[in-house]
Write a protein that binds this ligand. Structure first.
Ligand SMILES: Cc1cc2nc3c(=O)[nH]c(=O)nc-3n(C[C@H](O)[C@H](O)[C@H](O)COP(=O)(O)OP(=O)(O)OC[C@H]3O[C@@H](n4cnc5c(N)ncnc54)[C@H](O)[C@@H]3O)c2cc1C
Length: 400
């Protein structure tokens, strides 16, 4: 049964996110993007609006909303700025949903509930200075020592690095397997800000997501309690891939918001700006750019709905999520480049938002699986070289 009607709950989440984006993020976005700083008012406002845990079950401090709602909120936030959607991606997609699925009851009590209530902020640390796509190339280690693991290493390009309270960190626990690049030697840990030996910092000079915090983590003999190992030793790679299945969904849905923002700004400008005695929207080549934005938005959004629907059923959606992420990010890049074009010289200035959309659109084709990796993944599925097995655990199904 196919149903494109949104439910009352989904509309409520969509409106909640839209309202917050318009009232809290929009008024200061140009200022913070220029300053290259995160507006400190945004996280508390998101927490207050229940946007940091709405698709976590009520039992664990959330509102029990479905995954299509997560997509809709991602779209509304990124309609105003990518940095706000990134918060949902790391806090919910890459931390809370994986913990809900793979964490122990004790971990859910201790970490998931405060995260879902917005009392604590969480993020995900996989990438390192010398390893991004090649996750098995990471160097961070966590060596067992009595009741603890001793963690050493560096993480780079971590969203909210200098803000988050909790970090889901991936490290080698089996050093022999590290030598052989055998990913069954990787494990996942929850690390808390405040643990001795953990330092964090911010990266400046980014192309985009300038109003969002991105930074690094450094671990020097950090003692991580053994209870903070997520699921089992040696399951870190599998967990990282699971996290990305959820994070990518929010990136895809967020990109739909970016495409829509490009379309709306371009339509408004094309109906106002005149050349040769007519508004530029009368020129066929301008119309073509706007038509492409419209098409890109619609088909990207439908791919997101399909992935979200599968998640709601508790079915694996690795293939569909990857496709939605690849296509929506590609269309967002195209829409943003065309939006700058529609605006002519004014698109080249940060007086108008399309310049920011253009810079922000680039990151999403890099993080959570680069454009190239999703292209290869899709080819491999089609060629029968990649077949998903049922996962030992998947997102709990949720009613819409
Ligand atoms: C704004 C931002 C936020 C981020 N947030 C986080 C975060 O919160 N947590 C986190 O862990 N990471 C985060 N990242 C890191 C991101 O996930 C990595 O940048 C990404 O995985 C790519 O890795 P890399 O930059 O090391 O590029 P590389 O892996 O070095 O790739 C370089 C180029 O080579 C291509 N390439 C690599 N391997 C192949 C291959 N096998 N076939 C074809 N092409 C290939 C890539 O597609 C790319 O074009 C963030 C990055 C950015 C920009």
């Amino acid at each position: 049964m196919i149903d494109f009607e949104l439910t009352e709950n989904q509309i409520a989440v969509q409106e909640m996110a839209r309202d917050l984006a318009e009232k809290v993020i929009q008024p200061t976005i140009q200022e913070y993007d220029r300053k290259q700083e995160a507006n400190p008012a945004i996280l508390p406002a998101m927490g207050k609006a229940n946007l940091l845990g709405f698709c976590i079950p009520e039992k664990y401090g959330g509102l029990g909303m479905d995954y299509i709602s997560l997509g809709l909120a991602s779209e509304e936030l990124e309609y105003v700025d990518t940095s706000a959607r990134v918060i949902l991606s790391v806090h919910i997609g890459l931390f809370s949903l994986p913990l809900l699925t793979w964490g122990s009851e004790e971990q859910k009590e201790k970490y998931l509930i405060p995260a879902a209530k917005g009392e604590k902020i969480a993020t995900f640390g996989l990438t390192e200075p010398a390893a991004g796509t090649d996750a098995v190339g990471i160097q961070t280690t966590a060596v067992k020592d009595g009741d603890h693991f001793i963690m050493n290493g560096e993480k780079m390009w971590i969203s909210l690095a200098n803000i988050a309270d909790y970090f889901l960190v991936f490290a080698w626990t089996d050093l022999e397997k590290k030598k052989n690049r055998d990913h069954s030697g990787l494990s996942a840990f929850i690390v808390e800000r405040g643990y001795d030996g953990l330092t964090t910092g911010t990266i400046k000079g980014k192309l985009g997501v300038r109003a969002g915090n991105t930074g690094f983590l450094s671990f020097q003999d950090v003692k991580v309690p053994k209870e903070n190992l997520v699921y089992k030793e040696g399951q870190g790679f599998k967990l990282a891939m699971f996290c990305l299945d959820q994070g990518r969904f929010t990136v895809a849905a967020g990109s739909c918001g970016l495409i829509r923002a490009c379309r709306d700004a371009s339509v408004k400008y094309a109906n106002e700006r005149k050349t040769f005695g007519v508004t530029i929207g009368e020129h066929q080549l301008v119309k073509q750019m706007i038509a492409n934005m419209e098409a890109g938005y619609e088909f990207s959004r439908n791919l997101c709905f399909k992935a979200g629907w599968l998640k709601n059923q508790g079915k694996r959606s690795t293939r569909e999520t990857s496709l939605a992420k690849w296509i929506a990010c590609r269309e967002a890049e195209k829409a943003a480049a065309d939006a700058v074009q529609v605006f002519g010289a004014y698109g080249f200035s940060d007086e108008y938002p399309v310049e920011r959309y253009f810079r922000n659109s680039k990151g999403a084709s890099i993080y959570e699986g680069t454009r190239e990796i999703h292209t290869l993944v899709q080819a491999d599925y089609a060629l029968g070289k990649r077949i998903d097995k049922e996962l030992e655990r998947d997102l709990p199904p949720v009613a819409q």
